[in-house]
Write a protein that binds this ligand. Sequence first.
Ligand code: PGA
Length: 246
Amino acid sequence: MIIANWKCNGSKKMIQNWSKIYKDTYIPFDETFVGIAPPYLYVEHLANSINANGLDIKIGVQDIDVSSGARTSAISVEMIKDMECQFTIIGHSERRNIFYESNKSISAKLDSVGSEVATILCVGESAEENNNKNTKNVLEDQLSIIKGKIMPTNFSIAYEPVWAIGTGNTPTSDEINDIHKFIKDVVQSSSENSIVPNVLYGGSVNDANAKSFFKQENVDGALIGGASLQGKSFANIVNIFNGKTI
Ligand code: PGA
């Protein structure tokens, strides 16, 4: 699973160029779930561009709210299904830090999505927590919202150390592998139905370092911010994941 998180970036013109360049760079391979989460406003425009270029890319959203109704600026699960979105990201560190989202609100979002669309729950420690060797405690706390829940099979986790996002710094691939195994174990032991989720890595993934992460046994894909804004580098990363490099 390779997911692009465009955050608050993009324009109609960018989408037009992105789709063409992705199409020229991507080497067809059917088995990987490749998705883009654009800003909500561009969902339909991007879907049209993807279809016009014959690309097999799913569209998703960067976040979701718990219900429809009197909730200014929110979007609901019913709406994203209506727009044929196939996944949502939840709990991104920018939502936690800039918009003050708590484990409690993220848990409510998880419940509201259920298995309606695929969910990618983001977890990750800050630089300070990492320096204090607190990473696993922080992850356990963020994953505590899964305790006792029956998790759908289309549920995944993205491990995104906050200090690695947009900085060019990353943990080593061995460290990432170790943390992903830890996350899988925690989710397996705490979810009611003992699921072992796919775990994506996110944080400064680009087409130069992706291979070293994808080689690791417990890395099931990537969540990509900056490098996904260029159709060429995103397609390169998808090709690398698919083992299709030229
Ligand atoms: P980045 O962002 O790839 O730009 O580091 C990743 C993310 O925030 O999902």
